[in-house]
Design a binder for this molecule. Structure first.
Ligand code: ADP
Length: 639
């Protein structure tokens, strides 16, 4: 066998293999694109068969010659149809190609035998021109896709270009018979290369497909690892959809998640809205309930009842794969394309791979959420434990003293029933009982604050009055408290809680400063807001404590428990009162220099002042502190 014969045999074998493969696919798939591809290779195989027949028999009957020329003309048209299957071509172009081909086929049978060489050259040139056109069209299409589809398009573009070149060399051979045999080798080599490129493009070996899929998959997988940590499930789904669309080269992808409690499939629209269906509705539902990947080249035909929905989403071809973990269905991944991707079988396995990865991401997300819930529960339990031990610890001291005095009283009364009542012991018992009551109240308040239930009935309150009253009471108690109030400052507040807030800040200011240093309380109104500040020149607060000052049980690191009694609940309760009124509280301080606490609350609009009966503006500086009267003194404000 000569080298030429061998080359020819291999080329024929390659085209035969591709034909067998695409024919099987066409029988299985039956869409126009697959039929056109099968027809294209069928025509090539027929051309090979007829030319071999001529070569073997040594004769060229008129029918064989006309058929050969007709088939060559037809080949170009079929190739342009395949281009049209991938991306619709202009109708005039398709019409002109069909008409030109028809004329050439008719001429092939009408012209006398043997056909003139110019006609043979014209038929071959027709194919070469259309093949060149197809090659450029496929190359351009390849730039618009990604992954495996892109590589296959590139291979088909190369195949078409090489086969067109092979035919062009053949024409040269017709007009330059002296070089015909050399040119024949070139033609055969180009045809073999073209056939191989077609083989790669249309009958891609699995190993090659995997290798081509790898970079896209790798990109998706490397991103997938960080997805479960995104802030919301919707953000994760959006990323999965983007990744799936990019990896498959499809314009869009959608993830439908199964809501077990409501028995619905939920799709998040890009607009942020949620689209909900029964678990077996639409193509997504079919994939979900059957638990198998699915491809349709025409969604409207597969599910005619919902054709409009597919139109709205530009979904002609749909590939769907179930998202499941350990056999537990979680949802579906759907990839849409405006036209049926010819290489759907590859994409089917890729989409299933992506869906499996999506399952891993969603499962990880669930685990992270469960872990967070457990952690929150543990934190709540820890806080409760802290609360209990702090409460028990703080209650024990006054309780022990109280019990001690009571037992002594009891023993003395037994020993000497007629002895006079030890009044100082009774006073101690009453004092400790009061302290216990205060502690229990603080704990109850803290637990109310925790639940956001601090406030009772609200009414119109004049803040200016409250501030002045507190300061006056404290001053009556012998401490140095000055108030600067410009009022009235009206707001809708719970008067008891607001009094508690101001009292607490003033008590702290007194507690954490020396007996003679001044505490300044100011209150004013600024547009729609009421402001209160309580400033002292006391021990101050370390900068490191400031961010935690309003936390439950937090006490400054500069505070000695034996010198300054306290639970670290006061400011926590103050913040809850301010916040439940729609306001805020903050603190500024310099260690050793003093602290200023600032409360801002919503105030009633100035117009509300007219509704209030005219009250005199309080000017405490003008009102002598002694004038407030001794009944205000001793009401519990003190260091
Ligand atoms: P308590 O006073 O019972 O410790 P608070 O919640 O009222 O609890 O205050 C929390 C902590 O904030 C105090 O322990 C103290 O360290 C600091 N603090 C509050 N007010 C002042 C202030 N006026 N000057 C200095 N430190 C203060």
């Amino acid at each position: 066998m000569s080298a030429d014969d061998f080359l020819s045999l291999v080329t024929q074998a390659v085209f035969l293999i591709v034909f067998a493969d695409v024919a099987v696919k066409a029988i299985g798939g039956r869409d126009r694109a697959r039929l056109d591809i099968a027809l294209f290779f069928g025509v090539i195989v027929a051309i090979i068969g007829l030319s071999d027949f001529g070569r073997l028999t040594g004769t060229q009957t008129p029918v064989v010659e006309s058929s050969l020329l007709g088939l060559v003309s037809l080949l170009g048209y079929v190739l342009v149809r395949i281009v049209d299957d991938f991306a619709p071509q202009r109708s005039w172009l398709m019409g002109a190609t069909a008409a030109g081909t028809l004329v050439l086929i008719v001429a092939a049978f009408a012209l006398p035998h043997p056909a003139p060489s110019w006609f043979a050259a014209l038929s071959v040139a027709w194919f070469a021109a259309l093949g060149g056109y197809a090659s450029i069209a496929f190359a351009r299409l390849a730039t618009r896709t990604r992954g495996v589809t892109q590589r296959r398009m590139q291979a088909v573009a190369a195949g078409s270009g090489l086969v067109a070149l092979a035919f062009m060399l053949a024409i040269v051979g017709v007009f330059a018979p002296a070089y015909a045999s050399d040119l024949m080798i070139g033609t055969r080599l180009l045809a073999l290369a073209g056939g191989t490129a077609y083989f790669i493009g249309f009958s891609t070996p699995v190993a090659l497909r995997r290798a081509w899929q790898e970079p896209e998959l790798r990109r998706f997988l490397s991103r997938a690892a960080s997805l479960p940590r995104l802030p919301s499930s919707a953000a994760i789904v959006a990323e999965l959809e983007r990744g799936a669309a990019e990896s498959t080269g499809a314009p869009s992808a959608t993830v439908g998640l199964f809501d077990r409690h409501r028995n619905k499939l939920q799709y998040h629209e890009r607009s942020g809205a949620t689209f909900e269906t029964e678990p077996d509705a639409l193509i997504g539902g079919k994939v979900f309930t059957e638990g198998r990947p699915f491809f349709t080249a025409d969604a409207r035909r597969t599910d005619p009842a919902n054709a409009q929905l597919y139109d709205q989403r530009n979904a002609t071809a749909v590939i769907g794969a179930p998202i499941a973990s350990d056999g537990r269905p979680l949802g579906v991944l759907l990839v849409y394309a405006r036209r049926a991707p010819i290489f759907a079988e590859d994409d089917l396995s890729l989409v299933q791979l992506l869906a499996d990865q999506a399952a891993v991401v969603l499962e990880s997300r669930t685990l992270i959420e469960e872990a967070a819930t457990v952690q929150a529960r543990e934190e709540a339990t820890r806080l409760k434990d802290d609360f209990l031990s702090a409460a028990a610890h703080d209650l024990r001291t006054p309780l022990t003293t109280l019990l001690l005095h009571a037992e002594l009283l009891q023993r003395h009364a037994r020993q000497d029933p007629g002895a006079p009542l030890e009044l100082d012991r009774v006073a101690s018992i009453v004092g400790e009982a009061h302290r216990l009551q205060e502690l229990v109240t603080s704990f109850l308040d803290a637990s109310r604050a925790e639940r956001g239930q601090m406030l009772g009935r609200r009414e119109t309150v004049n803040l200016a009055e409250l501030v002045a009253e507190t300061c006056a009471r404290v001053a009556g108690n012998g401490r140095n408290c000055r108030s600067e109030v410009s009022g009235p400052i009206l707001g809708s507040y719970d008067p008891d809680r607001l009094r508690q807030l101001i009292d607490n800040l003033v008590e702290n200011a007194l507690k954490y400063s020396s007996a003679e240093s001044e505490v300044l309380v100011r209150a004013w109104r600024d547009s729609e807001l009421a402001h209160i500040t309580v400033a002292d020149r006391g021990i101050g607060i370390p900068a490191a404590d400031l961010p935690h000052l309003f936390d439950r049980f937090h006490r400054g690191s500069n505070v000695d428990d034996r010198r300054f009694q306290g639970l670290g609940l006061g400011l926590y309760i103050c913040r809850a009162i301010a916040q439940e009124h729609g306001g805020e509280i903050s603190a500024e301080s310099e260690l050793g220099q003093g602290s200023t606490f600032h409360v801002v609350l919503p105030a009633l609009p100035v117009a509300a002042l007219d509704l209030e009966e005219a009250r005199p503006t309080l000017d405490i500086e003008a009102a002598p502190i002694e004038a407030i009267g001794p009944e205000a003194a001793g009401s519990g404000v003190g260091a």
